[in-house]
Design a protein. Structure first.
Length: 283
């Protein structure tokens, strides 16, 4: 069987960078280290990091010497809290998320009212809000626009990095019809969209499509949906252990894509297992 790996599959730039930061800190065996929340939604990776001495904490706890902040960023108060407790805060915020914070600070200095288009309950948005000193409006749906009086306002609008360009455009378009003046920064990160587009193109051109990633990972589940629509012989798996010969009957080509939280070694193990099945004699 021929294996085709989809472009842009697996770790995005920001997650890879955060993982490198965690692994280099894990070498410091004398220190108690934790990530604030799981680094990524992948149980194998979380377990692997635990074996390397990196725990997961849900709060800033002085039990730890070092706490690593996640790639989607945190409210700036968290850094202050670490400082007050004598904990070393390691910042693994993705530079694309950092860029949203910087835009917010710039717009606030220019006297604009900050509008964040994003999910109000999401950690990334909570972090961005803190850069506006929580003096901002969060738009979580197109209907939310009607809740605010934007007339005679000068607004600085940014987007949560994971929004779809279509949705962000719709919200901005609706606000533009009401507000006096708007300044907009397109702060969307296109890693997710590139991954989805590549998987969408590959799935119909292979006999079997495998989508690899945590069953609780939202971006992997979305990839699975996209591929399943394009190819009914699509399977969502977390590791090579879920692969069996029956999946590949009359199959010449296998496509593989993976969510943002899937490390390369899991994809490599899957390729090895497919090769093994491919080479084993047919009954
Ligand atoms: S999806 Fe984009 S913004 Fe989010 S961590 Fe990855 S590269 Fe950074």
């Amino acid at each position: 069987m021929k294996i085709k790996i989809s472009e842009h599959s697996g770790f995005c730039f920001g997650v890879k960078r955060a993982m490198d930061i965690v692994l280099s800190n894990a070498k410091d065996k004398d220190k108690k280290i934790a990530t604030l929340g799981p680094l990524i939604h992948n149980p194998q990776v979380v377990e692997d990091l635990k074996e390397k001495g990196v725990e997961v904490t849900s709060e800033i706890d002085k039990f730890y010497d070092k706490i690593i902040m996640p790639s989607h960023g945190v409210p700036k108060e968290f850094f202050k809290k670490c400082e007050n407790l004598g904990i070393e805060a390691i910042d693994a915020t993705c530079p694309f998320v950092e860029a949203v914070h910087e835009k917010v600070v710039e717009y606030k200095k220019a006297g604009l009212k900050i509008v964040i288009v994003g999910d109000a309950g999401h950690s990334e948005v909570k972090g961005i809000m803190s850069s506006a000193d929580n003096d901002c409006i969060v738009i979580s749906s197109i209907e939310d626009v009607d809740k605010y009086d934007f007339k005679k306002k000068k607004l600085g609008i940014v987007s949560q990095t994971t929004n779809s360009p279509k949705y962000f455009g719709e919200v901005v378009g609706k606000i533009a019809q009401i507000a006096d003046e708007i300044t907009v920064a397109n702060t969307i990160c296109y890693a997710t969209h590139k991954r989805q587009a590549a998987a969408h193109d590959l799935a119909p051109n292979v006999d079997v499509m495998l989508v690899v990633g945590g069953k609780n990972s939202a971006n992997t589940n979305r990839l699975f949906q996209i591929c399943k629509e394009m190819n009914p012989h699509t399977y969502h798996i977390e590791t090579d252990e879920e692969i069996s010969g029956e999946m590949f009957e009359n199959c010449d080509t296998v496509g593989i894509t993976a969510g943002a939280s899937t490390p390369d070694y899991i994809i490599e193990d899957i390729c090895k297992k497919i090769d093994k099945i491919s080479l084993s004699p047919k009954p």
